[in-house]
Design a binder for this molecule. Structure first.
Ligand code: GTP
Ligand code: MG
Length: 420
């Protein structure tokens, strides 16, 4: 099955917890703190791989979670780092945030790596909280939790040249003649159901060429296989527009040519502006010469038409030469230009106070950070919490909102009384 779009959920690993532990000497109590830090969680990393040509793996499996960091250990031992989860995608995959549509990466070059989600930081062990006043901290920090994100993977094949035309005109046959690709070829419409990619080598030069399913009139309204596959020739520099000059199917090559161009324009202006090389195929069929003359006349003098027979090989070299000649004058394909969308860790400490009768609930990213850093059973830690609330003006704000000594203040699921 060919899949060129997939919706998946990814999550980096959580950070491991720091631990609370004390040195044990044989026969003695009261050694210093030796709780180690938790390990960092694994990242979600994407890697571009040219040996892949479809996103089918991501159609069947849609959830990807990197390993969590391990908790710290006694004797100041760090917890193990969570393993990164490496996800391989075909060259030309565009990674987007599903909610905003923001582009995170264009996986354009072989081996390109992109860290899309960073694992959570490990929490600090209790030995890190030791200082001149606090000799035996009975608390440690929990690891940072990460959030799952929904992303879209979209494949936009990278090829310098695209093959365009009605079904059965001989696009796949031409691809098989100029490259080592072996696409399915048969005498019926829609033999090709998904893009095929090939590399054409001509002396010391080469180019990549993509063959897509044929297009018919009304494709923009969904006729035939529709226009979805045009996405795969959107980035090309040149389109080889193949027409069938044999008349075997009872259609007129010039009308086909106009219809395809109209569909192209309907799909995207940019695509309709890509330079086209017109190739008249099946010149081996009886009567082709006459029809070729007619076709050339209708297309107009300014436009070059290359007569070929993909089956006999007639004119194939001319097509290669023309492609290379035109390519030479064009700049190479570049990755997309976009403003990168990044998943940021919540660095802005925001809060909001919600009032429900005599209960005041504080929510926001500030609370998430406090939850990690404050140990409810530790006096010093609680004093720190109070200082943060005071310094940030939250206590004053609570007073203004009508909170008093009888009120309940809820922070991260814990209940407190108001103290100045
Ligand atoms: N006589 C003649 N037949 C040809 C030539 N090129 C291709 N054919 C035949 O035309 C038929 C269609 O060829 P394909 O290469 O599968 O055509 P396509 O454009 O890829 O078709 P779809 O994948 O269905 O869009 C096959 O039976 C080919 O053998 C040619 O130069 N001369
Ligand atoms: Mg084909």
């Amino acid at each position: 099955m060919f899949v060129d779009r997939a919706f998946i959920t990814i999550k980096a690993g959580d950070g491991g917890n720091g631990i609370t532990s004390f040195i044990h000497y044989k026969g003695k109590v009261g050694g210093g703190p030796d709780g180690g830090d938790g390990g960092k969680g694994g990242d979600i990393v994407f890697v571009a791989d040219k040996s892949l040509n479809s996103l089918v793996d991501y159609y069947y499996k849609t959830k990807y979670v990197a390993e969590n960091g391990s908790n710290g250990e006694p004797k100041d031992c760090f917890g193990k780092y969570g393993k990164d989860l490496v996800l391989r995608v075909p060259l030309g995959t565009i990674i987007k945030d599903r909610k905003t549509g923001g582009i995170i990466a264009d996986m354009f070059t072989e081996g390109q790596r992109k860290v899309v989600l960073v694992g959570g930081d490990g929490g600090k062990g209790n030995s890190r909280f030791k200082n001149s006043r606090r000799h035996a901290p009975h608390f440690s920090q929990t690891g940072e939790k990460t959030e799952a994100k929904q992303i879209v993977l979209e494949l936009k094949t990278i090829a310098e040249v695209g093959l365009l035309g009605f079904p059965n005109v001989g696009k796949s046959t031409l691809l098989s003649k100029i490259t080592k690709a072996r696409p399915k070829i048969a005498n019926y419409h829609f033999t090709t159901l998904s893009p095929n990619l090939g590399v054409c080598e001509y002396y010391d030069k080469q180019f990549t060429i993509a063959d897509i399913p044929g297009i018919i009139e009304g494709a923009s309204e969904g006729a035939g296989l529709g226009l979805a596959f045009l996405r795969h020739i959107e980035r090309t520099r040149i389109l080889v527009h193949v027409v069938d000059i044999s008349g075997l199917e009872g259609r007129d090559a010039y009308e086909d040519y106009l219809k395809i161009n109209a569909e192209l324009k309907g799909y995207s202006k940019a695509l309709s502006k890509i330079k086209q090389i017109i190739v008249a195929n099946k010149c081996d069929v009886f009567g082709a010469e006459e029809r070729l003359k007619e076709f050339k006349k209708k297309v107009g003098r300014g436009k070059k038409v290359i007569p070929i027979s993909a089956i006999t090989g007639f004119g194939i070299d001319d097509v290669k030469k023309e492609i290379l000649k035109v390519l030479e004058k064009l700049p190479p394909i570049k990755p997309l230009e976009f403003e990168e969308f990044k998943y940021e860790k919540p660095d802005k400490l925001t809060y909001e106070i919600l009032k429900e009768g005599e209960t005041f609930v504080i929510i926001g990213t500030l609370v998430e950070v406090l939850k990690r850093n404050v140990v409810m059973t530790d006096m010093h830690s609680l004093a720190y919490l109070h200082k943060v609330l005071k310094d940030r003006g939250i206590i004053d704000e609570l007073r203004k909102m009508g909170a008093n000594e009888k009120s309940t203040i809820v922070i991260g699921g814990e209940e407190f009384e108001l103290v100045d």
